[in-house]
Design a protein around this ligand. Structure first.
Ligand code: HEC
Ligand code: HEC
Length: 633
């Protein structure tokens, strides 16, 4: 009964919002005939998840047979404006911010059409949170993944998948080598301050387990579990590298963070068994452990199902299927964010080069660690290496006077079922250069402190993650709260653990400070889809590029130009007023975007593929167990 009532309420809210939304122009329009070729081309279909490439049009098939199409389709989820029929604002009754906006790209959009930086959101109360850019976010995810891998490789001696207390923890510290000779200390595994938690840096989220490796969330009287609780045999550590401080939206993976944003800011439930949604029988491997499944993109997802799955299951059960984001769609969004290239380094001069060296002199690089080395795949230990399918190398081109790119293919071709050609990331090593972060949380003194309510209780947050400085030249204002208007302001705001650095900064000569600022300003973002780019590796960037013998305008990083089925554009058109110009209206959208592939066909336009297996079969089973169990620190 209460279900019916809330559904009616939802419909009413939906109708009101639909009325409001009418006439609002799109963040990035969905139209295949956009003459710039920058809009979203394809209609939304709730792409079906698969973990092997057999069925054409399912997520793994798209990822492996056409990684650029999968990337482009994933990108659409980021920039599209979700409609009420697609579930947007569906959770507004539970959380007012769940109606903050209808597109990821409404916040992350500087520069426009990129998963860039943005303004402040109202939460937490007061100063709010400044929107960070997501260039190179996949590289950050892999750095976190490698930190976790190394912790277990070094300390989990009995290989049971967690750290046994005290056998594998007593007297141990976590020290990780970021690049040759550069070590980052993530703290001690002992509990010297007696708070029931190992004294590790707060970027590492502690997950207690029993002797069988099953999550233990609660101790006696229902309080969060601690060291020494009956049944606690040890713990695992999740590198919660996403989010600027410890708290309820701190996560180790792009996928789970994105699902969270979708849900809490846009009100769209996600239906994602890969990470935390449990509608059917639980897969054996993800039963009760710290980690759920590994995504198609190769990232183990933290197991949130014990923590907060049931409410979400109910939401999806109540929504129409089209009104939630499906697992296959999460696969593609994750694929896009994983592969999205890192920021660029603009023109370098004598001054910027000196500025770069001064960062070390001022002690900035103790926290803003410049480089991290990702090791190549190691099948023995299960380390996958670099999971991306391409890298974009961006550099300043002196003759042209601007940035230019070069696509570096990072996938190998293998033969798949029925002889189809599959692309698989080669898992090479990769040095992430110029990221400038240690990913640790630091106390920079009271000028950064912030208060907020966490589960109804007032907290002061004193520690913040060292933000990567790549892209910082394009992302003013600064600080997790956007309260510093300029780079100089935010550096002077440092204190606490960075007091010595700040002193050095203030005492420095004007010329030295100018050099550092010039270097920081040269760390920039760009618009990939118009970036002049060598796509085919011939060492040139053609003004009149051709794909499959057809003209496509200048060579630039428009993913369509790399699709398996090449795009057919309208091409040169006569405009009675303005003469000849090149139109990117896409004439073969259906073929190029794979809309005829078995699992993508949607004849009735209800956003659900026509394949019978994915049509809803009456009400879905929802897990209604208590979901109030939350891990707190
Ligand atoms: C209302 C504005 C807004 C919307 C909409 C939004 N984000 Fe964000 N996003 C933010 C803010 C603010 C942060 C920083 C949070 C913090 O500082 O802890 C953030 C952080 C992130 C991060 C973590 C980055 C990092 O380095 O810690 C990811 C990943 C992300 N967003 C992805 C998404 C995706 C995917 C969507 C759409 C489903 C989305 N965001 C929608 C404002 C937004
Ligand atoms: C003890 C570690 C530490 C040291 C040393 C340090 N920083 Fe930071 N830095 C941080 C942290 C943590 C933040 C995030 C503060 C916040 O946003 O709340 C930050 C923020 C910044 C930002 C703002 C970035 C953004 O996107 O908002 C810049 C720029 C910066 N630091 C530059 C420097 C420079 C230059 C130095 C040396 C003079 C330096 N930092 C020294 C830890 C450090």
């Amino acid at each position: 009964m209460s279900c019916r009532r809330s559904r009616a309420a939802r419909m009413l809210v939906g109708a009101v919002l639909a009325a409001v939304a009418t006439g609002v122009s799109a963040q990035i329009a969905v139209r295949p005939d956009d003459p710039w070729g920058l809009s979203i081309r394809e209609r939304r279909v709730r792409v079906i998840h698969s973990d092997s490439p057999e069925v054409p049009g399912t997520s793994m098939h798209l990822q492996m047979t056409g990684p650029w199409l999968a990337y482009q389709r994933g990108r659409s989820y980021f920039f599209r404006e979700w409609s009420v029929a697609e579930g947007v604002f569906g959770r507004v009754a539970q959380r007012s911010v769940a109606a903050a906006t209808n597109s990821c790209g409404m916040c992350h959009n500087l520069p426009f059409r990129t998963p860039g930086a943005g303004g402040n959101t109202a939460e937490p109360a007061g100063h709010g949170r400044n929107t960070p850019h997501l260039f190179g976010a996949g590289l950050l995810e892999m750095i976190g993944q490698q930190i976790h891998h190394r912790i277990l490789a070094e300390l989990d001696l009995d290989r049971n998948g967690f750290l046994d207390v005290p056998a594998e923890t007593a007297g141990r510290r976590i020290r990780i080598e970021a690049a040759p000779g550069t070590w980052v200390d993530f703290g001690s595994l002992d509990d010297r301050d007696g708070d029931g938690l190992p004294d590790v840096n707060r970027v590492l989220q502690v997950r207690f387990v029993d002797a069988d490796g099953r999550l233990v969330l609660r101790g006696p009287e229902g309080r969060p579990a601690r060291l020494g609780d009956p049944g606690v045999a040890g713990f695992d550590l999740l590198p919660g590298i996403f989010a600027s401080s410890a708290g309820d939206h701190q996560f180790p993976t792009l996928r789970v963070f994105s699902n969270g944003a979708l849900r809490t800011v846009m009100g769209i439930p996600s239906d994602d068994p890969t990470s935390f949604q449990e509608l059917g029988p639980r897969p054996a491997e993800s039963r009760d452990g710290v980690w759920a499944r590994t995504s198609n993109a190769g990232m183990p997802q933290p197991n949130l199902q014990l923590i907060r799955s049931s409410r979400q299951a109910q939401e999806v059960a109540l929504a129409d299927l089209a009104g939630s984001m499906g697992e296959g769609e999460s696969d593609l969004l994750e694929w896009y964010l994983l592969n999205h290239p890192p920021p660029a380094v603009d023109r370098q001069t004598e001054q910027t080069r000196r500025g770069r060296e001064l960062l070390a002199t001022f002690g900035c690089t103790a926290c803003h660690v410049p480089d991290w080395v990702l090791a190549p795949a190691d099948p023995e230990s299960g380390w996958p290496g670099d999971r991306r399918f391409f890298h974009l190398e961006v550099s300043y081109d002196t003759p042209r006077g601007g940035l230019q790119g070069r696509v570096i293919d990072k996938a190998e071709r293998v033969e798949g079922p029925g002889g189809i050609l599959l692309h698989r990331p080669r898992g090479e090593g990769f040095t992430v250069r110029g990221v400038y972060t240690d990913l640790r949380h630091h106390d920079l003194g009271e000028r950064f402190y912030e208060s907020h309510y966490f589960r109804g209780r007032l907290h002061q947050i004193r520690e913040f993650r060292t933000p990567p400085l790549w892209g910082v030249g394009s992302t003013a204002p600064y600080g997790h709260d956007g309260r510093s208007a300029t780079l100089d302001d935010v550096i002077r705001r440092h204190g606490g653990e960075a007091e010595a650095s700040r002193e050095a900064w203030i005492q420095a000569t004007e010329a030295d400070r100018a050099a550092v600022l010039a270097f920081l300003r040269s760390l920039v973002l760009y618009q990939p889809d118009v970036l002049p780019t060598d796509l085919d590796g011939d060492g040139e960037i053609a003004q009149e590029h051709e794909v499959a013998g057809l003209p496509v305008g200048p060579e630039r990083l428009q993913p369509e130009l790399l699709f398996r089925v090449p795009p057919r554009y309208r091409g040169w058109v006569e405009d009675p007023d303005h003469g000849r110009w090149f139109s990117y209206e896409l004439l073969n959208q259906r073929e190029a975007y794979g809309e005829g592939l078995a699992a993508l066909v949607d004849r009735d336009g209800n956003m659900l593929p026509d394949l019978p297996s994915v049509q809803p079969e009456g009400p879905r089973q929802a897990d209604v167990a208590d979901d109030s169990v939350e891990q707190e620190r």
